[in-house]
Design a protein. Structure first.
Length: 165
């Protein structure tokens, strides 16, 4: 993955890191960002965290870590989830209406207003087979990394919601 060193890219990477990694200090976050090519000062990082609405929240073990407000329905900052697939499964059970695929494209349908919520859950799950998502009002376009990976990803999404009743 190639990341530009823009402010927006840095903010997005901070959100991704805080969603997937328990980060207890700005020094640790600065190291993680530096590994991705973002050299930031403590003042810049502090300003970034403030702009993103980051706060410290307790983990299940009681340690305080940085978290940013979630996108979609529940905007409370939460500690990183150990299992992003479990969250994705819950969201998919709530909003997934249909799944179609072709080559490396998966089209997911939701009720009106549900697409961005589902796309956000997919993006936050850090699914390595998925390059990214584009969400409209009731449709999510998902692009897979493999040129013929859509069938596998579509099946995996369907498996998250369980068998038809």
């Amino acid at each position: 993955m190639t990341l530009p060193t823009t402010r927006a890219a840095r903010h997005r990477r901070i959100v991704e890191l805080l969603d997937r990694t328990e980060v207890a200090s700005q020094a640790v976050l600065a190291e993680l960002l530096a590994a991705d090519g973002f050299a930031v000062t403590q003042a810049t990082l502090s300003r970034d965290l403030d702009e993103l609405g980051a706060v410290k929240v307790p983990t299940a073990g009681g340690e305080l870590v940085y978290a940013v407000p979630a996108e979609g329905g529940d905007s409370r900052p939460l500690a990183p989830e150990v299992d992003g697939a479990a969250r994705l499964g819950k969201v998919a059970q709530d909003v997934l209406v249909s799944v179609e695929h072709s080559a490396n494209i998966v089209v997911l349908r939701t009720p009106p207003g549900g697409a961005q919520y589902l796309a956000s859950a997919i993006d936050r799950s850090a699914w390595p087979e998925v390059i990214g998502t584009v969400a409209g009002d009731d449709t999510v376009l998902l692009v897979t990394r493999a040129p013929d990976g859509a069938a596998e990803v579509a099946a995996a999404i369907l498996s998250l919601v369980g068998p038809r009743r």
